[in-house]
Structure formats: C-alpha cells, structure tokens
Design a protein around this ligand. Structure first.
Ligand code: TXA
Ligand code: MG
Length: 339
C-alpha cells in the first residue's frame, strides 16, 4: 500500500495517513517513510522483533547498526547518555537536518538496534512527514530506520524506488515526494574531545567545523562500513557495472565499448562536445556542476539507468573538493566491485 502525501503542508487526509502509519509502527509494523536525505525503513526502536525483521528484509548483517530517529531534541538524552557539549552544539545547530550523532547509548536502546555496540546513532530528520510520524508514535518512542533499500544497493530518494524492491515485504510506504538532499546524513562521533567524521553526507564538514570552531578528523578506520567484519567496501552500488574515469579516459572508454557493440551511459559534470561521444549506443547525461544539485539527483539517476538496458554506467570522477566529499565517497563505493 503506497500512501501519497504532499510533503509541504499536511491536510486532514494526509494526517490520517501518517496516523495510520504511526498505528502500524506501534503494532510492530514496518513503514517506509520520507526523510530529507533518503527514504527510511522504519520500525519502533524498542520493538526487538520488528527491528530484527528490518535486518531480514534488507538482508543486512545484524552487526551493522541502525540509526534511531527522534522527533525532538529534548528526546536526545532519553536515548543517549554522557552526551558531550560538542554534540549538543551540533544538534542545536543542525537539527532537524541531515546529521547523525554517534553517542553512548542509554539503557532504552535494545541491543539489536546497535549490533551490540555501546554507542547509538541518533538523528532528528527535517522532513515534515517524518517529523509528524515521529510526533505521533507517542512519548518515549523513536523510529529505528536504515535506508529503505536492500543491503549494498542504492538508497531510495522516491517512494517508487522503495516500492520497486520492497513493496510486498513491508506494511506501508508513505510517499512524501523526492528527497531534497538526496544523499544520506553526515555521521559524526566523539572521543576524548576529538570529533570524527564517520560518513560524509548532507551536512558539509566545513559547516560542522565552523560551528565547533575546531577540525573534524576523518577517521577512515572507523568508517561505518569497516565496522562490519568481512564486509566489502562495495556499497550504494547499482547492479549495472559502474566505473569512474577522468574526462579523456572516460570518452576513450565509452567509444571503445561502443565499438564492441556495448551500450553505455556516460554521466559527466563537465560540458563535453557531443561529437566526442557520437556512437548511437552511447547515452550522454550532463549533471550539474553544483555539488548540492548533483547530490539531489545522483541516486535517482543511478536508479533510472540501472533499470535501463545498459552494459555499463561510466561516470566522470567528481572534483576533489570538500563540497564533493559525500558524492565521491558514494561513487567510489558504488564502483569498487567493478574496478
Ligand atoms: O540519512 C540517513 O542517515 C538515512 C535516513 C533514513 O535517516 N539512514 C541511513 O541509514 O543512511 P543506514 O542504515 O543506511 O546507514 C546508517 C549507517 C550505517 O553505515 C551504520 O553502520 C552507521 O550508520 N551507524 C549506525 N549506528 C552506528 C554506531 N553506533 N556506530 C557507528 N556507525 C553507526
Ligand atoms: Mg543505507
């Protein structure tokens, strides 16, 4: 069942749909819901059976923890404890928004949410439907939600992306339109006064550093994906092989594959002369040079071309600039398995 919602203002009918979703969550159901980053696959964070079902449906290893979504900043110290001042500062500044804080978990968080770790990821999302849903599930409740995709695949930024793979496996999909940010939240952790970046995302590191007035350390060895023993860095990947190239090599490769009768889609942020990619079995897509705009459309584009009958998705390597960090991270993971 897909419920369509106009995300900007919720009228009575839409509120009823969110209320129905809240009821389902309270009964242990699984509801896909929109956030400003990507769609989440939500369950009551305190219902261990429902949490286990999410892992099963996603085919995700159980030691790969879920983010707990809260509806108000005042709920932070119910779900977490020993919260450093820097975390409060970031929460006050960026919430609601695409920022996840890794904090010491409180006893209210079940083991299965955190994969047995003593920390929990917490986020207050900015989407009006998500906020309404969170406020309707009742006091001392939160929504544990991974992105609403199968493990290792591209995150969904529309309800249609969710229903394409999960429609029959979950109880409801709340449709709140296309996600505004389009990339997952930035994940930050705190240790002995140092602030670490675990996953680049919707909030640029520079904005976080500005608020904290100190550097954020990129802690590669602590990146979320390496917390899973034996996990491949391949993640956020389309099923069509995706490769990254700088411009001259990108054009050469596309033309070479075209000569072998292979169909490729070439995605660039640079302007290129169309005569350089003239074979009929090459489709060229030009994306924005603005990383915010590029990030908004990236997953939708990958979903679209992954479903189309192309042999390869060839992408121009993103600029090596801080504002492109989240995009570079996702594209490197998407292409890893095929290098
Ligand atoms: O934007 C987002 O963050 C979206 C929306 C739905 O909120 N959620 C999302 O969830 O991307 P998921 O499960 O696809 O990715 C969450 C990441 C995982 O890589 C997980 O390992 C990491 O967060 N994570 C969660 N709790 C953690 C913890 N306690 N310590 C380290 N990493 C953690
Ligand atoms: Mg995910």
């Amino acid at each position: 069942m897909v419920m369509v919602l106009d995300k900007e203002k919720l009228d009575q009918k839409q509120l009823e749909k969110v209320a129905a979703a809240a009821r389902l969550l309270k009964e242990g159901g699984i509801v896909a819901f929109p956030t400003e980053t990507v769609y989440g696959l939500g369950v009551d964070a305190t219902n261990t059976d429902a949490v286990r079902k999410v892992y099963e449906i996603k085919q995700r290893p159980t030691d790969h923890p879920l983010i707990v979504h809260i509806g108000h900043i005042t709920q932070l110290d119910y779900w977490a404890q020993e919260i450093p001042e820097a975390a409060w500062l970031l929460a006050r500044h960026f919430w609601p928004g695409p920022l996840t804080l890794i904090l010491r978990r409180s006893p209210h968080i079940p083991d299965c949410v955190t994969g047995g770790q003593d920390t929990v990821g917490i986020r207050l999302p900015a989407h009006p439907v998500a906020l309404k849903l969170l406020n309707m599930i009742g006091p001392n409740k939160a929504i544990a939600a991974p992105s609403a995709n199968l493990y290792g695949r591209i995150s969904p930024t529309t309800a249609a992306h969710v229903s394409a793979t999960l429609n029959n496996k979950i109880d409801m999909i709340l449709d709140g339109g296309s996600c505004k940010v389009g990339l997952e939240s930035t994940i930050i952790s705190f240790e002995h006064g140092t602030v670490f970046l675990l996953r680049p995302g919707g909030i640029p590191v520079s904005a976080i550093e500005l608020v904290l007035n100190k550097p954020v350390i990129s802690h590669k060895s602590k990146a979320p994906v390496t917390r899973v023993p034996g996990a491949l860095p391949s993640h956020y990947a389309p099923t069509t092989p995706l490769q990254l190239f700088h411009l001259p090599e990108l054009i050469q490769t596309a033309n070479k594959l075209a000569a072998q009768n292979l169909h490729t889609v070439v995605i660039t942020w640079s302007e290129i002369n169309s005569s350089q990619l003239s074979a009929p079995n090459i489709q060229h897509v030009r994306m924005s040079r603005d990383p915010v705009h590029y990030g908004q459309h990236l997953y939708a584009l990958l979903h679209r071309y992954d479903q189309a009958p192309y042999n390869y998705i060839l992408m121009e390597t993103p600029p090596e600039l801080p504002a492109w960090l989240a995009i570079s991270d996702r594209l490197q993971r998407a292409s890893y398995a095929h290098l």
